[in-house]
Every structure is written in structure tokens, then in C-alpha cells.
Write a protein that binds this ligand. Structure first.
Ligand SMILES: Nc1ncnc2c1ncn2[C@@H]1O[C@H](COP(=O)(O)OP(=O)(O)OP(=O)(O)O)[C@@H](O)[C@H]1O
Ligand SMILES: [Mg+2]
Length: 422
């Protein structure tokens, strides 16, 4: 006989749900999903059901839908109603609602010995006992999180630095001059080293400037915010006002790597593109305040360092002006080795290194992708997975239109002599 009635959770049940949650647990460790997660879920109208006996809530099950998947965040049972099938009954009722909401997979994560463990087993859930829950609490301040979202920023994935193949000299330089002083400010200060606040990366297209900027943020585990000149230009009051507003908001973040690509668009010495005297001045002004705060780095990238206003590059504004050139042999070899894992197992990277001199990382990636696509199509046509040969890769390299012309390489060499500050 069923002695309880099941119904949907309603907002006025909240107080009783909290009381029940407190009384329910039989485990010796806190739940994976905190009570605040449960409250947020019901407040956001996720499916939740309660069991009522004589007007009192004796059980509750709360779900949280994420696309076609759901978490069963909480199964709470009044201690006097344990062992009577109430848990299974709540699960089944909630399951019905979740399925109706389009859910195809439901998960629950319970501490050992938690109440309801038997109910999950009885309801057709499969336990996966040999799993480890990894947890880490991040100290994110909600205001910063909102601001960051509005600025389109995020902390890049870990490991991007390690994924920058080769480029040993550039990596060493950036690591020593930029990453380490920012990562270990106390140690830097002890030696009289001021952590850098702003750097320019210059070099021909596709050599990895953006990649490096993101990799630095990843290495520091700082949020990365890219500012787009065209978007700032759309601000009320135009580009100068947009720049000022963007930097104002960024100043509220505790830590941040700010990236401006194609900075010559807004900092050229000639009027052209979006740049004007007023815009360059605004940027310089923003930079002065930016430099006064700890925990931040501005990275500006450009293909045309010679177009930048000399005032922009002056000492005291940018700490370093670093060239990022086409990959050297070691870098190309490392890049090929990585790309060859996809479709060219067995091909020696050394066979491709010479043929790809003066290709950019983007060119090499493109050639490798071309071969992967060919192998994919071949596997569709022939029904089996084959591996590409060195000849396939050399052919793709030969067919490529390289990004860099001889003129560009020569200009870059001149730019290094004239502008680099390492
Ligand atoms: N050292 C590297 N190792 C592996 N991949 C790289 C490396 N450098 C660049 N790449 C890849 O090459 C492509 C182009 O790199 P990126 O966009 O960083 O170049 P860029 O210098 O910013 O180009 P642009 O001047 O056109 O903005 C990307 O797909 C990137 O992942
Ligand atoms: Mg770029």
C-alpha cells in the first residue's frame, strides 16, 4: 500500500525541503551537490517532486536538466520513511518528468552509504564504483565572473603553453621575460625586476602570435580577454570612448591577460583604418592606468610593426617588443611530429622539415589537414584506414601557396633590427 502522495515541488515547499535535506543524510561526508545547488535548481524550475504524508513532506527528489542529460541532484528521505520503497517511488516520478523534458541520460553521484543508494539500484541505475571524484574550489568572485562573461573572456584551457610546438627561442624569451615575473612577483621584486605590464608581439601572419598570447594566459591560469577594435568602435562616442570604457571595465578584474590583435588598426602613426590622433592618445592614456595595477598583462599583436605610432612603442609603455617569426627547424620538426600522429604514422618528420622552410605554423597545419582529408576520403572510398606516406605530405606542401613571400621575410628581418626590444 502506498501511504504517500507524490506531486511537483512548488516554491512554498522550499523551507520544508531544506529541513528534510538536513535530516535525511546517512553518509559521513558532505554531498557532491551542495544544498545551494539544489535550491538553485528548484528556483530555476528544474523538475523536482515531493512525497507528502498528512500535509508533511517526507521525501523529495530534485533534478537538474543539462540538454539531453540530467543530474539527479538530491534524493532526500525522512528517516522514519526509509526502507519502504519511497526512494524508488520518488526516483520513478522524477524520471518520468525528466524524460518528458527530453532527457536521455540521468546521473547521480552519492557518497558511500548515503540514503537512497538502494533506491537507485532498484530503479535500474548502474553503479560505477571504481570512479574517483575530483574536486577543486575556485575562488571566483561572482562580479568578476559576470564581468568576464560580458567581456567575452575566459580562462583558457590548461596546457596551451605545452602545445606550442618548437619555437624554443621565442618560448624561452617569453617564459623568462613575461610569464615567470608575473607568476612569481615576489621573487621578481626581490631581484628588482618589475613584472611586465604590456608587450607587443610582431611578425608575419600565421606565425603564432595569437597562439602565444593565449598560451601565456593558460600558463598563468589568468582570464584572457580579447578586445576587438571594430567592436570598441561601435561604442557610443566612437572608438576613443570605446577603448576608455573597455579598459575601465577591465580594471575591475583582479587578474587578466588582455589581447588586442592587429593593433596597427588603432595605433598606426598615419591616419588610416580606425586610427586617429585621438584614438592613439586614448589608448596611451588607458595604458598608463593599466600599468598601475598588478595582476595584468596587455599583449598587442601586429603584422606591421613599422606602421605603429612611435609614441606607442616608446619605453615605459611596452616593456618588450618581441618578434615571432616563422618556425625554425626544431619547431617545424615538432609541429610535423604532432600533425603526423593524425594520418602519417611511420613518416619521419625529418623528411618534411627541409621542404617546409619558411612555411608558417598555419601553413604546416593546412598541409597536414589536406592530407588528413585525403586519407579520410580514401578510407570512405576503399573502406579501410590507411596511413599517408611522406610523398603525400610533400605533395601537399608543394601544392600550398605559402603565406610568406621572400619580401615579407626580408621586411621581418629589417623590423627585428629596427623595432625588437627583448
Ligand atoms: N608553435 C606552434 N605550434 C603549433 N601550432 C601553432 C604554433 N604556432 C601557431 N600554430 C597554429 O598556427 C595557426 C596560426 O597561428 P596564430 O593564429 O597564432 O598566428 P598569428 O601570428 O596570430 O596569425 P595572424 O598574424 O594571422 O593573426 C593556428 O592554428 C595555431 O594553432
Ligand atoms: Mg593572430
Amino acid at each position: 500500500m502506498t501511504d504517500w502522495q507524490l506531486r511537483d515541488f512548488v516554491p512554498s515547499d522550499l523551507e520544508e525541503l531544506v529541513r528534510l535535506d538536513d535530516a535525511s543524510s546517512t553518509a559521513h561526508q558532505p554531498p557532491v551537490f551542495a544544498l545551494s545547488d539544489v535550491v538553485s535548481a528548484v528556483s530555476a524550475r528544474n523538475p523536482a517532486v515531493v512525497a507528502v504524508v498528512s500535509g508533511r513532506i517526507v521525501g523529495a527528489a530534485v533534478g537538474r536538466v543539462e540538454g539531453d542529460q540530467a543530474w539527479l541532484l538530491r534524493l532526500a528521505l525522512d528517516p522514519t520513511w526509509r526502507g519502504r520503497g519511497l526512494g524508488s517511488s520518488l526516483i520513478s516520478e522524477l524520471e518520468h518528468r525528466l524524460v518528458t523534458a527530453g532527457v536521455r541520460r540521468i546521473r547521480a553521484l552519492l557518497p558511500v552509504d548515503e540514503t537512497g543508494t538502494a533506491a537507485f539500484a532498484n530503479s535500474g541505475f548502474t553503479a560505477r564504483p571504481s570512479m574517483t571524484l575530483f574536486e577543486k574550489s575556485e575562488s571566483v568572485d561572482p562580479h568578476a565572473a559576470t564581468l568576464l562573461r560580458e567581456l567575452g573572456g575566459a580562462v583558457p584551457a590548461a596546457g596551451l603553453w605545452q602545445q606550442v610546438a618548437g619555437m624554443v627561442d621565442e618560448k624561452r624569451l617569453i617564459e623568462r621575460r613575461v610569464v615567470l615575473p608575473l607568476a612569481r612577483p615576489a621573487q621578481a621584486h626581490a631581484h628588482g625586476v618589475e613584472p611586465p605590464r604590456a608587450v607587443v608581439l610582431f611578425g608575419p601572419p600565421g606565425t603564432g602570435k595569437t597562439t602565444f598570447a593565449r598560451a601565456v594566459a593558460s600558463r598563468l591560469a589568468w582570464p584572457f580577454v580579447e578586445l576587438f577594435p571594430s567592436r570598441m568602435a561601435a561604442a557610443e562616442g566612437g572608438l576613443a570612448a570605446g577603448i576608455s570604457a573597455a579598459f575601465q571595465r577591465i580594471s575591475e578584474l583582479e587578474r587578466v591577460v588582455v589581447f588586442i590583435d592587429e593593433v596597427e588598426e588603432i595605433a598606426a602613426h598615419r591616419d588610416g583604418g580606425l586610427a586617429s590622433v585621438a584614438v592613439v592618445n586614448e589608448l596611451l592614456k588607458a595604458l598608463v592606468s593599466f600599468r598601475e595595477q598588478d595582476g595584468r598583462l596587455l599583449v598587442c599583436a601586429t603584422n606591421s610593426v613599422r606602421l605603429l605610432d612611435p609614441a606607442f612603442l616608446r619605453h615605459g609603455r611596452f616593456d618588450y617588443v618581441l618578434p615571432i617569426g616563422p618556425p625554425d627547424e626544431a619547431a617545424r620538426s615538432a609541429m610535423w611530429e604532432r600533425h603526423l600522429k593524425a594520418s602519417g604514422e611511420g613518416v619521419a618528420a625529418s623528411a618534411l622539415v627541409a621542404a617546409s622552410a619558411n612555411l608558417t605554423p598555419a601553413d604546416i597545419a593546412h598541409a597536414a589537414r589536406t592530407v588528413s582529408q585525403q586519407m579520410f576520403e580514401r578510407s570512405i572510398d576503399e573502406g579501410e584506414r590507411g596511413m599517408a606516406t611522406a610523398a603525400d605530405y610533400l605533395e601537399a606542401v608543394g601544392a600550398l601557396r605559402p603565406t610568406l613571400s621572400a619580401d615579407m621575410v626580408r621586411d621581418f628581418t629589417e623590423d627585428i633590427a629596427q623595432f625588437a626590444r627583448t
